[in-house]
Design a protein around this ligand. Structure first.
Ligand code: GLN
Length: 546
Protein backbone atom coordinates (compact mmCIF):
# COMPACT_ATOMS: atom_id res chain seq x y z
CA UNK A 1 0.00 0.00 0.00
CA UNK A 2 1.37 3.38 -0.97
CA UNK A 3 1.63 5.90 1.81
CA UNK A 4 -0.89 8.71 1.99
CA UNK A 5 2.01 11.05 2.75
CA UNK A 6 3.38 10.79 -0.77
CA UNK A 7 0.03 10.99 -2.52
CA UNK A 8 -0.51 13.72 -5.11
CA UNK A 9 -3.91 15.14 -5.98
CA UNK A 10 -4.69 16.85 -9.26
CA UNK A 11 -8.08 18.50 -9.52
CA UNK A 12 -9.50 19.14 -12.96
CA UNK A 13 -12.26 21.74 -13.03
CA UNK A 14 -14.18 23.32 -15.89
CA UNK A 15 -14.78 26.89 -16.94
CA UNK A 16 -17.23 28.68 -19.25
CA UNK A 17 -19.26 25.72 -20.46
CA UNK A 18 -19.80 22.06 -19.81
CA UNK A 19 -18.72 19.43 -22.29
CA UNK A 20 -15.44 21.22 -22.78
CA UNK A 21 -13.33 18.09 -22.39
CA UNK A 22 -12.50 17.81 -18.69
CA UNK A 23 -13.04 14.06 -18.78
CA UNK A 24 -10.75 13.45 -21.73
CA UNK A 25 -8.16 15.84 -20.25
CA UNK A 26 -8.24 13.94 -16.99
CA UNK A 27 -8.05 10.58 -18.77
CA UNK A 28 -5.22 11.77 -21.02
CA UNK A 29 -3.16 13.09 -18.12
CA UNK A 30 -3.69 9.73 -16.47
CA UNK A 31 -2.47 7.94 -19.58
CA UNK A 32 0.68 10.08 -19.64
CA UNK A 33 1.43 9.55 -15.96
CA UNK A 34 0.91 5.84 -16.45
CA UNK A 35 3.30 5.83 -19.40
CA UNK A 36 5.81 7.60 -17.16
CA UNK A 37 5.57 4.65 -14.77
CA UNK A 38 3.44 6.22 -12.04
CA UNK A 39 0.62 4.46 -10.25
CA UNK A 40 -2.32 6.62 -11.12
CA UNK A 41 -6.08 6.57 -10.80
CA UNK A 42 -8.91 8.89 -11.75
CA UNK A 43 -12.10 9.77 -9.97
CA UNK A 44 -15.25 11.51 -11.10
CA UNK A 45 -17.36 13.87 -9.04
CA UNK A 46 -20.89 14.45 -10.30
CA UNK A 47 -22.46 17.33 -8.40
CA UNK A 48 -26.03 15.99 -8.78
CA UNK A 49 -28.17 15.00 -5.82
CA UNK A 50 -28.77 11.64 -7.51
CA UNK A 51 -27.02 8.90 -5.58
CA UNK A 52 -25.87 7.40 -8.85
CA UNK A 53 -26.32 7.98 -12.57
CA UNK A 54 -28.71 5.04 -12.88
CA UNK A 55 -31.80 7.17 -12.45
CA UNK A 56 -30.75 9.87 -14.91
CA UNK A 57 -32.10 10.13 -18.43
CA UNK A 58 -29.26 9.43 -20.87
CA UNK A 59 -30.44 12.19 -23.22
CA UNK A 60 -29.83 14.70 -20.46
CA UNK A 61 -26.87 13.16 -18.76
CA UNK A 62 -25.23 10.91 -21.35
CA UNK A 63 -24.42 7.24 -21.03
CA UNK A 64 -24.66 5.43 -17.72
CA UNK A 65 -21.30 3.70 -17.42
CA UNK A 66 -21.30 0.53 -15.33
CA UNK A 67 -18.29 -0.66 -13.35
CA UNK A 68 -17.37 -4.27 -12.62
CA UNK A 69 -18.69 -3.90 -9.09
CA UNK A 70 -22.04 -2.75 -10.40
CA UNK A 71 -21.97 1.00 -9.89
CA UNK A 72 -23.99 3.12 -12.31
CA UNK A 73 -21.72 6.04 -13.03
CA UNK A 74 -20.90 8.90 -15.34
CA UNK A 75 -19.69 8.36 -18.89
CA UNK A 76 -16.34 9.97 -18.06
CA UNK A 77 -15.53 6.87 -16.05
CA UNK A 78 -15.52 5.09 -19.39
CA UNK A 79 -12.92 7.53 -20.70
CA UNK A 80 -10.75 6.87 -17.67
CA UNK A 81 -11.01 3.11 -18.11
CA UNK A 82 -10.28 3.35 -21.83
CA UNK A 83 -7.33 5.73 -21.52
CA UNK A 84 -5.80 4.23 -18.41
CA UNK A 85 -6.62 0.66 -19.40
CA UNK A 86 -7.82 -0.16 -15.88
CA UNK A 87 -11.03 -1.34 -14.25
CA UNK A 88 -12.41 1.22 -11.86
CA UNK A 89 -14.91 0.70 -9.07
CA UNK A 90 -17.65 2.45 -7.13
CA UNK A 91 -14.98 4.16 -5.02
CA UNK A 92 -14.01 6.08 -8.17
CA UNK A 93 -17.32 7.89 -8.46
CA UNK A 94 -19.18 10.23 -6.16
CA UNK A 95 -22.21 12.48 -6.28
CA UNK A 96 -23.57 15.06 -3.89
CA UNK A 97 -26.33 12.58 -3.06
CA UNK A 98 -23.83 9.89 -2.20
CA UNK A 99 -21.75 12.19 0.00
CA UNK A 100 -24.76 13.50 1.91
CA UNK A 101 -26.20 10.03 2.30
CA UNK A 102 -23.04 8.90 4.10
CA UNK A 103 -22.92 12.02 6.29
CA UNK A 104 -26.55 11.56 7.27
CA UNK A 105 -26.12 7.84 7.91
CA UNK A 106 -23.04 8.63 10.02
CA UNK A 107 -25.05 11.15 11.99
CA UNK A 108 -27.83 8.61 12.60
CA UNK A 109 -25.21 6.15 13.80
CA UNK A 110 -23.77 8.69 16.29
CA UNK A 111 -20.46 8.62 14.44
CA UNK A 112 -20.00 12.35 15.06
CA UNK A 113 -20.33 11.72 18.79
CA UNK A 114 -23.01 14.30 19.48
CA UNK A 115 -21.42 17.16 17.55
CA UNK A 116 -23.44 19.54 15.38
CA UNK A 117 -23.10 18.04 11.94
CA UNK A 118 -22.33 20.90 9.59
CA UNK A 119 -22.06 21.43 5.88
CA UNK A 120 -18.49 22.58 6.52
CA UNK A 121 -16.36 20.77 7.65
CA UNK A 122 -18.27 17.49 7.66
CA UNK A 123 -19.24 17.38 4.00
CA UNK A 124 -15.77 18.31 2.63
CA UNK A 125 -14.25 15.83 5.10
CA UNK A 126 -16.40 13.08 3.66
CA UNK A 127 -15.41 14.17 0.14
CA UNK A 128 -11.71 14.00 1.02
CA UNK A 129 -12.21 10.62 2.70
CA UNK A 130 -13.78 9.33 -0.51
CA UNK A 131 -10.92 10.65 -2.63
CA UNK A 132 -8.37 8.91 -0.40
CA UNK A 133 -10.48 5.79 -0.40
CA UNK A 134 -10.39 5.66 -4.21
CA UNK A 135 -6.63 6.22 -4.22
CA UNK A 136 -6.17 3.40 -1.70
CA UNK A 137 -8.48 1.00 -3.48
CA UNK A 138 -6.57 1.50 -6.73
CA UNK A 139 -3.16 1.79 -5.06
CA UNK A 140 -2.44 5.17 -6.63
CA UNK A 141 0.33 7.64 -5.91
CA UNK A 142 -1.30 10.20 -8.21
CA UNK A 143 -5.04 10.72 -8.14
CA UNK A 144 -6.79 12.79 -10.77
CA UNK A 145 -10.11 14.21 -9.62
CA UNK A 146 -12.55 15.62 -12.13
CA UNK A 147 -15.06 18.00 -10.59
CA UNK A 148 -18.21 17.96 -12.71
CA UNK A 149 -19.99 21.09 -13.86
CA UNK A 150 -18.29 24.46 -14.23
CA UNK A 151 -16.80 26.81 -11.65
CA UNK A 152 -19.19 29.43 -10.37
CA UNK A 153 -22.13 27.04 -9.96
CA UNK A 154 -23.74 26.39 -6.58
CA UNK A 155 -23.75 22.68 -7.19
CA UNK A 156 -20.06 21.92 -7.03
CA UNK A 157 -19.07 24.45 -4.40
CA UNK A 158 -18.57 21.91 -1.60
CA UNK A 159 -16.31 19.82 -3.79
CA UNK A 160 -14.18 22.87 -4.51
CA UNK A 161 -14.20 23.60 -0.80
CA UNK A 162 -12.84 20.10 -0.16
CA UNK A 163 -10.14 20.72 -2.78
CA UNK A 164 -9.21 24.05 -1.18
CA UNK A 165 -8.90 22.43 2.26
CA UNK A 166 -6.75 19.65 0.84
CA UNK A 167 -4.44 22.23 -0.77
CA UNK A 168 -4.22 24.16 2.49
CA UNK A 169 -3.18 21.00 4.32
CA UNK A 170 -0.82 19.68 1.65
CA UNK A 171 0.34 22.68 -0.39
CA UNK A 172 2.89 20.82 -2.46
CA UNK A 173 0.73 17.77 -3.11
CA UNK A 174 -2.27 19.41 -4.73
CA UNK A 175 -2.57 21.01 -8.18
CA UNK A 176 -5.45 22.62 -10.03
CA UNK A 177 -6.15 22.51 -13.73
CA UNK A 178 -8.82 24.71 -15.24
CA UNK A 179 -10.12 23.37 -18.54
CA UNK A 180 -11.79 26.29 -20.20
CA UNK A 181 -13.24 27.31 -23.52
CA UNK A 182 -12.12 30.23 -25.66
CA UNK A 183 -14.82 31.13 -28.15
CA UNK A 184 -14.21 32.72 -31.53
CA UNK A 185 -17.38 34.74 -32.24
CA UNK A 186 -17.97 34.61 -36.00
CA UNK A 187 -18.53 38.37 -36.31
CA UNK A 188 -15.15 39.02 -34.70
CA UNK A 189 -13.12 36.10 -35.98
CA UNK A 190 -10.91 36.42 -32.93
CA UNK A 191 -10.37 34.09 -30.00
CA UNK A 192 -11.67 35.68 -26.79
CA UNK A 193 -10.12 35.14 -23.36
CA UNK A 194 -12.66 37.06 -21.28
CA UNK A 195 -14.98 34.16 -20.37
CA UNK A 196 -11.95 32.21 -19.14
CA UNK A 197 -10.79 35.22 -17.14
CA UNK A 198 -14.18 35.16 -15.41
CA UNK A 199 -13.89 31.44 -14.79
CA UNK A 200 -10.44 31.92 -13.23
CA UNK A 201 -11.89 34.67 -11.02
CA UNK A 202 -14.80 32.46 -10.01
CA UNK A 203 -12.25 29.89 -8.94
CA UNK A 204 -10.30 32.57 -7.03
CA UNK A 205 -13.46 33.51 -5.20
CA UNK A 206 -13.55 30.06 -3.60
CA UNK A 207 -9.91 30.35 -2.58
CA UNK A 208 -8.36 28.41 -5.44
CA UNK A 209 -5.89 29.58 -8.04
CA UNK A 210 -5.49 27.49 -11.17
CA UNK A 211 -1.97 26.19 -11.74
CA UNK A 212 -2.71 25.37 -15.36
CA UNK A 213 -5.26 26.46 -17.91
CA UNK A 214 -6.08 24.06 -20.69
CA UNK A 215 -7.30 26.44 -23.35
CA UNK A 216 -9.85 24.56 -25.41
CA UNK A 217 -10.97 26.16 -28.63
CA UNK A 218 -11.37 25.78 -32.32
CA UNK A 219 -7.80 26.81 -32.98
CA UNK A 220 -4.42 27.08 -31.26
CA UNK A 221 -3.90 29.53 -28.45
CA UNK A 222 -1.58 32.21 -29.84
CA UNK A 223 1.11 34.18 -27.98
CA UNK A 224 -0.82 37.41 -27.27
CA UNK A 225 -3.76 35.50 -25.87
CA UNK A 226 -1.54 33.19 -23.87
CA UNK A 227 0.00 36.25 -22.25
CA UNK A 228 -3.39 37.78 -21.63
CA UNK A 229 -4.59 34.61 -19.91
CA UNK A 230 -1.43 34.56 -17.81
CA UNK A 231 -1.80 38.14 -16.56
CA UNK A 232 -5.53 38.12 -15.98
CA UNK A 233 -5.88 34.60 -14.64
CA UNK A 234 -2.73 34.62 -12.53
CA UNK A 235 -1.32 31.53 -14.21
CA UNK A 236 2.23 31.41 -15.64
CA UNK A 237 2.13 31.79 -19.44
CA UNK A 238 4.01 28.51 -19.76
CA UNK A 239 1.16 26.77 -17.98
CA UNK A 240 -1.50 28.10 -20.33
CA UNK A 241 -1.80 25.15 -22.65
CA UNK A 242 -3.16 25.28 -26.14
CA UNK A 243 -5.71 22.49 -26.74
CA UNK A 244 -7.42 23.02 -30.08
CA UNK A 245 -10.12 20.72 -31.44
CA UNK A 246 -8.69 17.49 -32.80
CA UNK A 247 -10.11 14.82 -35.07
CA UNK A 248 -9.81 12.05 -32.48
CA UNK A 249 -9.81 12.22 -28.68
CA UNK A 250 -6.98 9.69 -28.72
CA UNK A 251 -4.65 12.47 -29.92
CA UNK A 252 -5.01 14.33 -26.63
CA UNK A 253 -2.41 12.34 -24.64
CA UNK A 254 0.16 13.15 -27.35
CA UNK A 255 -0.89 16.78 -27.46
CA UNK A 256 -0.67 17.27 -23.68
CA UNK A 257 2.62 15.42 -23.56
CA UNK A 258 4.04 17.67 -26.26
CA UNK A 259 3.10 20.62 -24.04
CA UNK A 260 4.96 18.87 -21.22
CA UNK A 261 2.02 19.31 -18.84
CA UNK A 262 2.72 16.24 -16.71
CA UNK A 263 6.39 17.02 -16.18
CA UNK A 264 5.50 20.55 -15.14
CA UNK A 265 2.93 19.12 -12.73
CA UNK A 266 5.51 16.70 -11.34
CA UNK A 267 8.02 19.48 -10.76
CA UNK A 268 5.38 21.61 -9.11
CA UNK A 269 4.56 18.76 -6.75
CA UNK A 270 8.24 18.09 -5.99
CA UNK A 271 8.56 14.92 -8.04
CA UNK A 272 11.21 14.28 -10.62
CA UNK A 273 10.04 14.65 -14.24
CA UNK A 274 10.14 11.48 -16.32
CA UNK A 275 9.92 10.61 -19.96
CA UNK A 276 6.75 9.01 -21.33
CA UNK A 277 7.25 6.78 -24.35
CA UNK A 278 3.59 6.76 -25.40
CA UNK A 279 4.58 4.34 -28.17
CA UNK A 280 1.19 2.61 -28.23
CA UNK A 281 -0.56 5.96 -28.46
CA UNK A 282 1.62 7.08 -31.33
CA UNK A 283 1.01 3.81 -33.17
CA UNK A 284 -2.73 4.06 -32.61
CA UNK A 285 -2.86 7.61 -33.95
CA UNK A 286 -0.79 6.68 -36.98
CA UNK A 287 -3.20 3.87 -37.68
CA UNK A 288 -6.23 6.14 -37.28
CA UNK A 289 -4.73 8.68 -39.68
CA UNK A 290 -3.81 6.04 -42.21
CA UNK A 291 -7.05 4.02 -42.50
CA UNK A 292 -9.09 5.20 -45.44
CA UNK A 293 -11.31 2.27 -46.39
CA UNK A 294 -14.69 2.75 -44.75
CA UNK A 295 -17.09 0.50 -42.94
CA UNK A 296 -20.63 1.81 -42.59
CA UNK A 297 -22.39 0.94 -39.38
CA UNK A 298 -25.97 1.88 -38.51
CA UNK A 299 -26.83 2.32 -34.84
CA UNK A 300 -30.57 2.00 -34.39
CA UNK A 301 -32.08 3.35 -31.20
CA UNK A 302 -34.12 6.09 -29.69
CA UNK A 303 -32.02 8.21 -27.35
CA UNK A 304 -30.80 10.36 -30.15
CA UNK A 305 -32.57 13.62 -30.20
CA UNK A 306 -33.12 16.47 -27.81
CA UNK A 307 -34.81 19.15 -29.84
CA UNK A 308 -32.46 19.96 -32.69
CA UNK A 309 -29.55 17.99 -31.27
CA UNK A 310 -28.45 14.42 -31.67
CA UNK A 311 -26.83 13.16 -28.55
CA UNK A 312 -24.33 10.52 -29.43
CA UNK A 313 -23.18 10.80 -25.80
CA UNK A 314 -25.98 8.44 -24.80
CA UNK A 315 -24.04 5.63 -26.45
CA UNK A 316 -20.46 6.79 -26.14
CA UNK A 317 -19.00 3.41 -25.11
CA UNK A 318 -20.75 1.72 -28.03
CA UNK A 319 -19.32 4.30 -30.43
CA UNK A 320 -15.83 3.98 -29.00
CA UNK A 321 -16.01 0.19 -29.11
CA UNK A 322 -16.97 0.32 -32.80
CA UNK A 323 -14.08 2.69 -33.44
CA UNK A 324 -11.55 0.47 -31.64
CA UNK A 325 -12.73 -2.58 -33.53
CA UNK A 326 -12.69 -0.75 -36.86
CA UNK A 327 -9.15 0.53 -36.48
CA UNK A 328 -8.09 -2.98 -35.51
CA UNK A 329 -9.63 -4.21 -38.77
CA UNK A 330 -7.89 -1.41 -40.70
CA UNK A 331 -11.09 0.39 -41.60
CA UNK A 332 -12.47 3.78 -40.84
CA UNK A 333 -15.85 3.64 -39.10
CA UNK A 334 -18.67 5.67 -40.55
CA UNK A 335 -21.40 5.63 -37.94
CA UNK A 336 -24.90 6.69 -38.66
CA UNK A 337 -27.68 7.20 -36.18
CA UNK A 338 -31.03 5.89 -37.13
CA UNK A 339 -34.06 6.79 -35.11
CA UNK A 340 -36.14 3.64 -34.96
CA UNK A 341 -39.37 5.64 -34.79
CA UNK A 342 -38.82 6.48 -38.47
CA UNK A 343 -39.44 2.82 -39.34
CA UNK A 344 -42.76 2.95 -37.51
CA UNK A 345 -44.11 6.03 -39.23
CA UNK A 346 -42.69 5.07 -42.61
CA UNK A 347 -42.14 1.28 -42.89
CA UNK A 348 -40.67 1.43 -46.41
CA UNK A 349 -37.77 3.44 -44.99
CA UNK A 350 -36.41 0.17 -43.63
CA UNK A 351 -34.72 -0.39 -46.99
CA UNK A 352 -32.14 2.25 -46.18
CA UNK A 353 -30.55 -0.38 -43.95
CA UNK A 354 -29.36 -2.14 -47.10
CA UNK A 355 -26.69 0.55 -47.48
CA UNK A 356 -25.00 -0.46 -44.25
CA UNK A 357 -22.35 -3.06 -43.61
CA UNK A 358 -23.51 -3.73 -40.09
CA UNK A 359 -26.27 -2.91 -37.64
CA UNK A 360 -26.03 -2.32 -33.90
CA UNK A 361 -28.97 -2.07 -31.53
CA UNK A 362 -27.70 -0.76 -28.21
CA UNK A 363 -29.28 -0.90 -24.78
CA UNK A 364 -32.48 0.92 -23.95
CA UNK A 365 -35.64 1.05 -21.93
CA UNK A 366 -39.34 1.50 -22.53
CA UNK A 367 -41.61 1.23 -25.51
CA UNK A 368 -40.92 4.25 -27.68
CA UNK A 369 -39.52 3.24 -31.05
CA UNK A 370 -39.50 -0.46 -30.14
CA UNK A 371 -41.53 -1.75 -33.09
CA UNK A 372 -39.12 0.13 -35.38
CA UNK A 373 -36.17 -1.57 -33.71
CA UNK A 374 -37.81 -4.98 -34.14
CA UNK A 375 -38.33 -4.26 -37.86
CA UNK A 376 -34.67 -3.29 -38.21
CA UNK A 377 -33.55 -6.52 -36.53
CA UNK A 378 -35.79 -8.57 -38.81
CA UNK A 379 -34.24 -6.82 -41.79
CA UNK A 380 -30.71 -7.57 -40.59
CA UNK A 381 -31.58 -11.21 -39.90
CA UNK A 382 -33.29 -11.80 -43.23
CA UNK A 383 -30.82 -9.86 -45.35
CA UNK A 384 -27.78 -11.32 -43.63
CA UNK A 385 -26.49 -7.95 -42.49
CA UNK A 386 -24.08 -8.40 -39.55
CA UNK A 387 -25.95 -7.65 -36.36
CA UNK A 388 -24.80 -6.95 -32.83
CA UNK A 389 -27.52 -6.55 -30.19
CA UNK A 390 -26.50 -5.15 -26.84
CA UNK A 391 -28.80 -5.87 -23.89
CA UNK A 392 -32.14 -4.51 -25.17
CA UNK A 393 -30.74 -5.30 -28.62
CA UNK A 394 -30.47 -8.96 -27.55
CA UNK A 395 -33.88 -9.03 -25.89
CA UNK A 396 -35.58 -7.51 -28.92
CA UNK A 397 -33.73 -9.89 -31.25
CA UNK A 398 -35.36 -12.70 -29.27
CA UNK A 399 -38.77 -11.03 -29.49
CA UNK A 400 -38.33 -10.61 -33.26
CA UNK A 401 -37.29 -14.24 -33.61
CA UNK A 402 -40.24 -15.49 -31.58
CA UNK A 403 -42.68 -13.45 -33.64
CA UNK A 404 -41.34 -13.97 -37.13
CA UNK A 405 -39.60 -17.35 -37.01
CA UNK A 406 -41.46 -19.22 -34.28
CA UNK A 407 -44.73 -17.68 -35.47
CA UNK A 408 -45.66 -16.36 -32.05
CA UNK A 409 -47.13 -13.15 -33.35
CA UNK A 410 -47.76 -11.52 -29.99
CA UNK A 411 -44.49 -12.43 -28.34
CA UNK A 412 -42.97 -9.55 -26.42
CA UNK A 413 -40.91 -8.49 -23.47
CA UNK A 414 -43.08 -8.03 -20.40
CA UNK A 415 -41.39 -4.66 -19.94
CA UNK A 416 -43.64 -3.42 -22.75
CA UNK A 417 -46.54 -5.89 -22.75
CA UNK A 418 -47.07 -7.45 -19.32
CA UNK A 419 -50.00 -9.49 -20.70
CA UNK A 420 -48.22 -11.01 -23.71
CA UNK A 421 -49.14 -14.70 -24.30
CA UNK A 422 -45.47 -15.33 -25.15
CA UNK A 423 -43.24 -13.57 -22.64
CA UNK A 424 -39.94 -14.56 -24.22
CA UNK A 425 -38.34 -11.80 -22.14
CA UNK A 426 -39.75 -11.87 -18.63
CA UNK A 427 -39.05 -10.62 -15.13
CA UNK A 428 -38.01 -12.44 -11.97
CA UNK A 429 -40.28 -12.22 -8.90
CA UNK A 430 -37.61 -10.20 -7.06
CA UNK A 431 -37.37 -7.65 -9.87
CA UNK A 432 -41.16 -7.51 -10.26
CA UNK A 433 -41.36 -6.60 -6.57
CA UNK A 434 -38.76 -3.84 -7.04
CA UNK A 435 -40.84 -2.33 -9.83
CA UNK A 436 -44.11 -2.68 -7.88
CA UNK A 437 -42.60 -0.91 -4.91
CA UNK A 438 -40.89 1.81 -7.00
CA UNK A 439 -37.48 0.63 -5.91
CA UNK A 440 -35.65 1.66 -9.05
CA UNK A 441 -32.33 3.08 -7.85
CA UNK A 442 -29.44 0.60 -7.98
CA UNK A 443 -31.71 -2.47 -8.14
CA UNK A 444 -31.15 -3.75 -11.68
CA UNK A 445 -28.92 -6.72 -12.36
CA UNK A 446 -25.72 -4.72 -12.27
CA UNK A 447 -22.03 -5.27 -12.80
CA UNK A 448 -19.85 -8.22 -13.71
CA UNK A 449 -21.20 -11.76 -13.95
CA UNK A 450 -19.55 -14.86 -15.31
CA UNK A 451 -20.72 -16.52 -18.45
CA UNK A 452 -19.84 -19.95 -19.86
CA UNK A 453 -19.55 -20.09 -23.64
CA UNK A 454 -20.57 -22.86 -26.00
CA UNK A 455 -17.35 -24.30 -27.42
CA UNK A 456 -17.19 -23.91 -31.18
CA UNK A 457 -19.67 -21.03 -31.41
CA UNK A 458 -18.63 -17.85 -33.24
CA UNK A 459 -18.81 -16.04 -29.93
CA UNK A 460 -16.55 -18.52 -28.17
CA UNK A 461 -14.07 -18.42 -31.04
CA UNK A 462 -14.06 -14.63 -30.84
CA UNK A 463 -13.22 -14.67 -27.14
CA UNK A 464 -10.93 -17.72 -27.55
CA UNK A 465 -11.69 -18.76 -23.97
CA UNK A 466 -14.73 -20.58 -22.67
CA UNK A 467 -15.51 -18.56 -19.57
CA UNK A 468 -15.85 -14.78 -19.57
CA UNK A 469 -16.99 -12.00 -17.28
CA UNK A 470 -19.02 -9.09 -18.59
CA UNK A 471 -20.95 -6.15 -17.17
CA UNK A 472 -24.70 -6.00 -16.92
CA UNK A 473 -27.42 -3.43 -16.45
CA UNK A 474 -30.91 -4.78 -16.96
CA UNK A 475 -34.04 -5.79 -15.13
CA UNK A 476 -35.61 -8.22 -17.58
CA UNK A 477 -34.31 -11.63 -18.69
CA UNK A 478 -34.62 -14.25 -21.36
CA UNK A 479 -37.36 -16.72 -20.39
CA UNK A 480 -35.79 -20.20 -20.28
CA UNK A 481 -39.13 -21.80 -21.27
CA UNK A 482 -38.21 -20.74 -24.80
CA UNK A 483 -34.69 -22.21 -24.89
CA UNK A 484 -35.56 -25.36 -26.81
CA UNK A 485 -37.88 -23.60 -29.23
CA UNK A 486 -35.36 -21.00 -30.34
CA UNK A 487 -32.52 -23.50 -30.50
CA UNK A 488 -34.58 -25.86 -32.66
CA UNK A 489 -35.06 -22.93 -35.03
CA UNK A 490 -31.33 -22.13 -35.13
CA UNK A 491 -31.04 -19.27 -32.67
CA UNK A 492 -28.45 -20.83 -30.41
CA UNK A 493 -27.86 -20.07 -26.78
CA UNK A 494 -24.09 -19.75 -26.69
CA UNK A 495 -23.55 -18.07 -23.34
CA UNK A 496 -25.11 -18.95 -19.99
CA UNK A 497 -24.50 -17.78 -16.45
CA UNK A 498 -23.12 -20.83 -14.61
CA UNK A 499 -24.83 -19.99 -11.32
CA UNK A 500 -28.26 -18.72 -12.28
CA UNK A 501 -28.56 -20.45 -15.65
CA UNK A 502 -29.62 -17.14 -17.19
CA UNK A 503 -29.22 -16.83 -20.95
CA UNK A 504 -26.51 -14.26 -21.66
CA UNK A 505 -25.74 -14.67 -25.38
CA UNK A 506 -27.70 -15.79 -28.41
CA UNK A 507 -26.20 -16.39 -31.83
CA UNK A 508 -27.91 -17.19 -35.11
CA UNK A 509 -26.70 -20.10 -37.24
CA UNK A 510 -26.31 -19.61 -40.99
CA UNK A 511 -25.76 -15.89 -40.78
CA UNK A 512 -22.47 -14.00 -41.28
CA UNK A 513 -22.77 -12.54 -37.77
CA UNK A 514 -25.88 -12.25 -35.66
CA UNK A 515 -25.11 -12.04 -31.95
CA UNK A 516 -27.10 -10.64 -29.03
CA UNK A 517 -25.66 -10.21 -25.55
CA UNK A 518 -27.60 -9.63 -22.37
CA UNK A 519 -24.54 -7.80 -21.06
CA UNK A 520 -22.80 -4.68 -22.33
CA UNK A 521 -19.51 -5.67 -23.98
CA UNK A 522 -18.92 -2.05 -24.99
CA UNK A 523 -17.86 -1.17 -21.44
CA UNK A 524 -14.76 -3.34 -21.70
CA UNK A 525 -13.44 -2.28 -25.09
CA UNK A 526 -10.14 -0.43 -25.07
CA UNK A 527 -8.46 1.56 -27.84
CA UNK A 528 -5.50 -0.80 -28.00
CA UNK A 529 -7.57 -3.91 -27.15
CA UNK A 530 -10.87 -3.92 -29.01
CA UNK A 531 -13.59 -6.10 -27.55
CA UNK A 532 -13.64 -9.53 -29.25
CA UNK A 533 -17.33 -9.34 -30.18
CA UNK A 534 -17.05 -5.86 -31.68
CA UNK A 535 -13.88 -6.96 -33.43
CA UNK A 536 -15.63 -9.94 -35.07
CA UNK A 537 -18.76 -7.94 -35.79
CA UNK A 538 -16.73 -5.32 -37.68
CA UNK A 539 -14.76 -8.05 -39.42
CA UNK A 540 -18.04 -9.52 -40.68
CA UNK A 541 -19.22 -6.05 -41.71
CA UNK A 542 -16.02 -5.49 -43.68
CA UNK A 543 -16.60 -8.90 -45.27
CA UNK A 544 -20.00 -7.77 -46.51
CA UNK A 545 -18.39 -4.78 -48.20
CA UNK A 546 -16.02 -6.67 -50.50
N1 GLN B 1 -34.85 -2.53 -20.74
C1 GLN B 1 -34.15 -3.77 -20.67
C2 GLN B 1 -34.09 -4.30 -19.25
O1 GLN B 1 -34.27 -3.61 -18.31
C3 GLN B 1 -32.76 -3.67 -21.26
C4 GLN B 1 -31.84 -2.78 -20.49
C5 GLN B 1 -30.65 -2.34 -21.27
O2 GLN B 1 -30.63 -2.40 -22.49
N2 GLN B 1 -29.64 -1.84 -20.59
O3 GLN B 1 -33.84 -5.45 -19.03
Amino acid sequence: MLSKKTRKYIFVVGGVLSGVGKGVTCASLGAIFKAKGFKVTALKIDPYINVDAGTMNPVEHGEVFVTDDGDETDQDMGNYERFLDVDLSSESYMTTGRVYLTVIQNERAMKYKGKCVQVVPHVPEEIIRRIDNAAEKHNAEIVLIEVGGTVGEYENILFLEAARILKLKHPSDVAFILVSYLPIPSHLGEMKTKPTQHAARALNSVGINADFIIARGKTELDKPRREKLAIFCNVPADNCVSAPDVASIYEIPLLLDKENVCNKLLKMMHLRPRHAGLVEWKDLNKKIAKTKKEVKIAVVGKYFSTGEFTLADSYISVIEAIKHASWFNNVKPVLEWIDSEDFETNPSKINILRQYDGLVVPGGFGGRGIEGVIRAIKFARENKIPYLGLCYGMQLACVEFARNVLGKKNAHTVEIDPETPDPIIHISPVQAKNVRENRYGGTMRLGAYECVLMVGSKTQKAYSVDKISERHRHRYEFNNDYCEMIEDADLQIVGVNPESNLVEIVELKNHPFFVGTQFHPEFKSRPMRPHPLFREFVRAAVGRRV
